[in-house]
Design a protein around this ligand. Structure first.
Ligand code: PHB
Length: 392
């Protein structure tokens, strides 16, 4: 058995980028079909990023009257940089007149899935995509197998790969021999979710002699915390008591409130930018196009910034038959992508202690932290990037 459908835009991936794109296209009168290999339950249960930039929140409020970003989410007006036994607050509204919101990605996804399904979006779960056939350059075809194991082809005027860091669509856009620019880091994050109240009203980014730790949050009852670890660390290895000792030693000056650890994982640190973001009528957005280390909390926000640009370009192409904006998509998206790459790399290097760091490296790093934290210009630079440069 096989089935085929036609649509204007085929979107591979029902993450924040794919779902927001379908909404922005619908607002422009453009139909789309979204396919995702996961089930709805899996998508809604994936624990990922937690911080939304001001521009992301403004967009969610504009496209979704029922967004819970202001009820379940919380505005954060600053973060704390902790180093050399002192805390330094970065006051976002005072510095740049903007804020961020702590609103976990899985909650964003619940809102967006409900929004799109209410609007009758054609959204198919459990669909594995094998690739994109561009032999007819004006009508690329997504070749897939649906949830029942039957072949499915989606023929479109344009295909968007919003299918994450292991993107299948990427092969239709970039040269297989050189997919892009890549960097790995000599550390990762050991992350936990625990059942406890917040240990601090705002996030703490701590550079301590023993290495980095981040005290983040998920809800009034569940907290997210990380500490720098070897990238090959086994998440099952340390006992709960060892994890709490490690975390506590890295945030001197704050008494962490502990509680049952309900999830543990190790995140690898990578920077990646695909060599090409578009070929003909196939384009990439989000993690399919780039990966950032998590330190700057840019991943989901950057994906949404891509989508804002791409939706305008698709509207010009498919409604006004104007090819200019789609021809400019890659260059415009890359401007922001490389700024976010730089910010994520910079925050990572500023806060982590490299395994081979010398005494010079340590003292220079503390000098850099002081340069940022003790100068209004330094704090403003950080606040501008952290809260997010305005969306186009
Ligand atoms: C998180 O809560 O997962 C989180 C928060 C801030 C970051 C990175 C991750 O910079």
């Amino acid at each position: 058995m096989s089935s085929s459908v036609s649509t204007r835009v085929a979107i591979v991936g029902a993450g924040p980028a794919g779902l927001i794109l379908s909404q922005l296209l619908a607002d422009a009168g453009i139909d789309s079909v979204i396919v995702d290999s996961r089930s709805r339950e899996d998508i809604e249960a994936t624990i990922r990023a937690g911080i939304l930039e001001q521009g992301t929140v403004d967009l969610l409020r504009r496209i979704d009257p029922d967004t819970r970003v202001d009820t379940v989410g919380n505005r954060h007006d600053g973060i704390e940089l902790r180093f050399g036994d002192e805390g330094h607050r970065i006051d976002f509204p005072a510095l740049v007149g903007r804020s961020v919101w702590l609103y976990p990605q899985h909650e964003v996804l619940k809102d967006l899935l409900a929004l799109r399904l209410r609007a009758g979006q054609d959204l198919r779960f459990g669909v594995s995509v094998a690739g994109v056939d561009s032999s007819d350059p004006k009508h690329p075809v997504v070749v897939a197998t649906d949830a029942r194991g039957e072949s499915l082809s989606v023929t479109a005027d344009f295909v968007v790969g919003a299918d994450g860091s292991r993107s299948v669509v990427r092969a239709a856009v970039t040269d297989a021999r050189s997919t892009g620019h890549f960097r790995e880091y000599p550390y990762g994050w050991f992350g936990i979710l625990c059942e406890a109240p917040p240990s601090s009203p705002e996030l703490i980014y701590s550079n301590s002699e023993a290495g980095f730790a981040l005290i983040s949050q998920r809800s009034p009852e569940v907290q997210r915390m990380y500490f720098q670890c070897d990238p090959g660390a086994d998440p099952a290895a340390p006992s709960d008591a060892e994890i709490w000792d490690t975390l506590q030693a890295r945030v001197p000056g704050t008494t962490l409130i502990d509680g049952p650890i309900i999830q543990r994982d190790v995140l690898r640190f990578r920077s990646f930018v695909a060599r090409d973001l578009r070929r003909g009528r196939v384009a990439l957005v989000g993690d399919a196009a780039h990966t950032v280390p998590p330190t700057g909390a840019k991943g989901m926000n950057l994906a949404i910034a891509d989508v804002v640009l791409l939706s305008d370009a698709l509207r010009a192409l498919l409604v006004d038959q104007n090819e200019g904006p789609i021809d400019g998509y890659e260059e415009r998206a890359l401007d922001r992508i490389w700024k976010a790459q730089h910010f994520s790399w910079w925050m990572t290097n500023l806060l982590h202690v490299a395994p081979d760091a010398t005494e010079f490296d340590r003292r220079r790093q503390l000098g850099e932290l002081r340069t940022v934290a003790e100068s209004e210009a330094g704090r403003t630079l950080l606040a501008e990037a952290y809260t997010g440069w305005p969306l186009s």
